[in-house]
Design a protein. Structure first.
Length: 365
């Protein structure tokens, strides 16, 4: 009698609540009319179908096997399910599945509750698209700002090349050319040419979206040397002392997007450079620390920490917008995106006496 009343209650509840009940094999024992309406069918038409029959091909058999393993151990399963109705239209449900033992004649069974969230998924997708567009725009604005640094580096290197070749010509015309002079001059030209090649490669890597998508093992030593090559001379020309790690073992590698980490570090150095030009005895320091869990890059300068209203986390920055210009906003957006794409962290240290930006990249186990 009790079981019969409960069965009737379940049926009545299904008029306004979207739920379904299935057995240990994943076969549906009961479908509420509300859930059946999603598929444009009567509930009776769906009885006997299996879990995968009321989802899209996005969820394969392995997905449902793992789901069954979870709920058979008396655990509740929650998640989003992409479904396809009989008119071939896809929709999303937020689904919760839990063991259901109230009706003995159904044996081992499970009840799943559904909430249709398709419109929210569309909004979520639109927000994500807007976020990606904003990040891409910020990235290219930043690259445009950085090109002046590359131009400066290339111009310096070309000056060396042209100056050396001109000196060769003058010395040769005077009959004073020597093998030692040619050897030293060629070394200068080779070094300057290498710097030009590296600068051009950096431009290509920063603007190549295909390279951005690749994760590779990268030497930390080479990465920092490239950052110094790109921006070190420019910072020093502004009268700012610039320090980088002197001793990093060449074998230390990080797994990252190789053009993204230099982009983040150069951007942070540029942020410091912009606000330090008018300060007394300015300095900027790039440091690196390695432990089992993290590769930590730190950009420190001699600003006072409380010049910022608050520190920001890797997810949501809380910064006094009155203290920041649009260039800073673009830069921080890019760095946040880089940290998130690496599953890392980006924040300002609160306990430091100076301003220290920290970018952490997880080390694979």
């Amino acid at each position: 009698m009790k079981s019969k009343l409960l069965t009737e209650f379940v049926k009545e509840l299904g008029q306004s609540l979207s739920f379904s009940i299935f057995d240990a094999s994943g076969k549906y024992l009961h479908i509420s009319p509300c859930f059946a309406n999603y598929f444009g069918r009567n509930a009776s038409d769906l009885i006997g179908l299996k879990l995968e029959n009321l989802s899209s091909n996005f969820h394969n058999s392995e997905f449902w096997c793992q789901t069954m393993e979870t709920i058979k151990t008396n655990h509740v399963w929650k998640g989003e399910v992409l479904r396809r109705n009989f008119d071939n239209k896809e929709f999303y449900t937020q689904t919760t599945i839990t063991p259901f033992k109230a009706i003995p004649e159904w044996g081992e069974s499970f009840i799943e509750f559904h909430y249709e969230i398709t419109k929210y998924k569309k909004i979520e997708f639109q927000i994500e698209q807007q976020s990606q567009t904003s990040l891409t725009n910020s990235r290219y604005i930043l690259i445009g700002q950085m090109l002046s640094g590359i131009a400066h580096e290339i111009n310096n290197s070309l000056t060396i090349v042209l100056g050396t070749t001109k000196y060769f010509k003058i010395t040769f015309d005077k009959g004073a050319i020597t093998s030692e002079l040619v050897s030293k001059g060629c070394d200068k030209i080779t070094s300057a040419s290498d710097r030009i090649v590296k600068s051009i490669k950096m431009i290509k890597s920063f603007t190549d979206n295909n390279v951005v998508a690749s994760f590779l093992w990268v030497s930390v030593q080479k990465l920092i040397m490239d950052v110094n090559l790109f921006i070190g001379a420019k910072i020093k020309n502004h009268g700012i002392a610039f320090e980088i790690p002197e001793e990093i073992v060449e074998s230390i590698l990080i797994y990252c997007q190789p053009n993204e980490i230099p982009l983040a570090l150069i951007n942070l150095i540029m942020l410091s450079d912009r606000v330090l030009k008018e300060t007394e005895n300015p300095w900027i320091k790039l440091s690196y620390e390695y432990d089992v869990k993290w590769s930590t890059f730190r950009i420190s300068d001699n600003r006072i920490l409380n010049s910022l209203e608050s520190y920001f986390t890797e997810v949501t920055p809380t910064i006094n917008k009155n203290l920041l210009d649009s260039n800073t906003d673009h830069g921080l957006n890019v760095i946040k995106g880089i940290a998130m794409s690496h599953k890392g962290q980006f924040f300002i240290e609160q306990d430091s006496k100076c301003t220290s930006f920290v970018l952490r990249i997880p080390n694979p186990n």
